[in-house]
Design a protein around this ligand. Structure first.
Ligand SMILES: [Zn+2]
Length: 112
């Protein structure tokens, strides 16, 4: 995962959102990040803090909400919270369908 590119995209989205709202300053950028997205939060925050300088997001804080990984078994219908990606149901060996955990999106932009 290229955290710097990702930070750039997030910043672009935030600045666009601010522009659309005729806002001059961005305070917070909320991010939804699935546990399986493979993003290094520390590297992402660091890149964001460097890139935001001299933009309307200068003082913006990146707020990251981790989304846990959940999957449902296609055989017994049980819903599991996964610590790591797993293809098969631990109960019946059915195939697990991933419900969440790969999210990577800007949830909200707090600006004025
Ligand atoms: Zn099952």
């Amino acid at each position: 995962m290229h955290e710097a590119t990702l930070a750039e995209n997030i910043l672009d989205i935030a600045i666009d959102a601010a522009r659309q709202n005729h806002a001059a300053k961005i305070f917070k950028v909320g991010l939804k990040l699935g546990e399986l997205s493979g993003v290094e939060v520390e590297a992402l925050t660091l890149s964001f803090d460097v890139l935001k300088k001299n933009t309307p997001a200068d003082a913006a804080q990146l707020v990251i909400n981790r989304v846990p990984c959940r999957a449902t078994c296609n055989k017994c219908g049980k819903n599991f919270r996964l610590e790591r990606y797993n293809f098969f149901c631990p109960d019946c060996d059915g195939i697990l369908i991933l419900q969440s955990g790969r999210e990577l999106l800007v949830d909200y932009v707090d600006c004025e």
